[in-house]
Design a protein around this ligand. Structure first.
Ligand SMILES: CC[C@H](C(=O)O)C(=O)SCCNC(=O)CCNC(=O)[C@H](O)C(C)(C)COP(=O)(O)OP(=O)(O)OC[C@H]1O[C@@H](n2cnc3c(N)ncnc32)[C@H](O)[C@@H]1OP(=O)(O)O
Ligand SMILES: [Co+2]
Length: 134
């Protein structure tokens, strides 16, 4: 069911500093910050030859990643995102397998304009896992 690794997300305390580091020290192709108010984050995508890094910073008062950054003030790997062809079929199969889909369980449009869901980290070996339909 899961396909390519779409991105690895890193929560960062300073989006500009992290972007500059990837652009200058690591010579990566770094996109512009993208506010995603529906998701409570600002994201910066870094294009790699085989996948993407998604830098994340809290946006607004109720960001779902604020708790993570409070616990990890220097930042850290926040989630991984795998691609799926049919996110509803994937969701139904995973819920039937006993995994928790976060939120109301319905896919939401993510930063690439595609439907995404999140699986609870405690059900995925301590790893918050996002699925994106491509
Ligand atoms: C713009 C969309 C973009 C895209 O790619 O398209 C995105 O990816 S948006 C990314 C931001 N949105 C989300 O992350 C939505 C899903 N996340 C959540 O709903 C929360 O972050 C949640 C529920 C996973 C955790 O929220 P919170 O930390 O406030 O809750 P708890 O403190 O109760 O955490 C429960 C338990 O899980 C551990 N935890 C929390 N976050 C992570 C994580 N990223 N990876 C691994 N484990 C995590 C936390 O430490 C708690 O563990 P415990 O042992 O009970 O202390
Ligand atoms: Co993501």
């Amino acid at each position: 069911m899961i396909g390519r690794l779409n991105h690895v997300a890193i929560a960062v305390p300073d989006l500009d500093a992290a972007s500059e580091q990837y652009r200058n020290a690591l010579g990566a192709k770094v996109g512009a910050p993208q506010d995603e108010p529906d998701h409570g984050v600002t994201v910066v995508f870094i294009e790699l030859p085989n996948t993407k890094i998604e830098l994340l910073h809290p946006l607004g008062e109720n960001s779902p990643i604020q708790g993570f950054l409070d616990k990890n003030p220097a930042g850290g790997i926040h989630h991984v995102c795998y691609e799926v062809e049919d996110i509803i079929a994937a969701r139904d199969h995973l819920q039937a397998s006993g995994l928790r889909v976060l939120g109301d369980g319905e896919p939401r449009i993510g930063a690439h304009g595609k439907p995404v869901i999140f699986l609870h980290p405690k059900d995925m070996n301590g790893t918050l896992t996002e699925l994106e339909q491509v």
